[in-house]
Design a protein. Structure first.
Length: 258
């Protein structure tokens, strides 16, 4: 597969999809509940995912697609090319704020990240990383964030860890400059990628949430692992640490107690 050609085609499609999504926002959303009242899906989530799945299958003969809303394929192993799709990451934000959400797409081959896309739809900022070619935002290359220690920056975390407030989490929190939670992997991983925070902890991420960020991590000298220290599992749920190298080390020491 020609990565640069694939990127040009897919990035152009994502930008068009974002334009269409912004145009559709004034219309009334159809909202359904999945596992609980906080786990929601809209007609837009489904439409965007169906669109992307159809596009990937038509233009790249995609046989393996891991997707949130179930329009992808059954993927049992990571051999060959594997795509991931989160059509609307941050659906609650999308519904209540019409902001702070994104579209997440990635491409892996035999478990190695090749392409990662984090699209801030409302600002029309498309962040992308290409294996061995660097990371960019709307064509402008991104520089690796400063390798700051945990004591020198903000910590991003999901609400479950904050609400649980375990002794281990409180110990970590006290060492940072503050805690933030955005309810969207788009916003939370971009905070690390852009150097606005030094670490992101989440006790329950799915492959489509974090797979794009791993491609950025490889291009920007960041670290992303499971809290156990094991490599990210593209086929299941993960408790993750996404951080600068200096911030990752102390977090790894207490992560098992979070």
């Amino acid at each position: 597969m020609d990565l640069l050609r694939t990127h040009l085609l897919l990035s152009s499609h994502l930008l068009k999809l974002g334009h269409d999504l912004r145009q559709a926002l004034p219309s009334k959303l159809q909202i359904e509940t999945k596992q609980n009242r906080l786990d929601l899906v809209t007609n837009i989530d489904k439409t965007v995912e169906q669109n992307l799945v159809a596009y990937l299958q038509k233009h790249f003969a995609a046989e393996k697609i891991i997707s949130e809303e179930g329009y992808g394929t059954t993927v049992e192993d990571l051999s060959g090319y594997v795509w991931t799709i989160d059509p609307i990451d941050g659906t609650m934000n999308f519904i209540t704020q019409k902001n702070s959400f994104g579209i997440l797409v990635s491409l892996y081959k035999d478990g190695c990240g090749l392409l990662g896309y984090i699209y801030e739809v409302m600002t029309d900022r498309l962040y992308y990383a290409i294996h061995n070619y660097g990371a960019y935002c709307n064509g402008h290359q991104l520089q690796a964030p400063a390798n700051l220690a945990l004591t020198k920056g903000l910590l991003i975390s999901d609400e479950r860890l904050i609400k649980k407030a375990s002794p281990a989490f409180l110990k970590v929190a006290e060492e940072t400059l503050g805690i933030r939670s955005y309810g969207s992997a788009t916003c939370e991983t971009l905070s690390i990628i852009k150097g606005e925070a030094v670490a992101y902890l989440n006790c329950s991420t799915q492959p489509w949430d974090i797979a794009p960020a791993l491609v950025f991590a490889a291009e920007l000298d960041l670290v992303c692992t499971q809290m156990s220290g094991q490599a990210f599992n593209l086929l299941g749920e993960n408790k993750i640490i996404f951080a600068t190298p200096k911030a990752h080390t102390p977090l790894q020491e207490v992560a098992l107690y979070l």
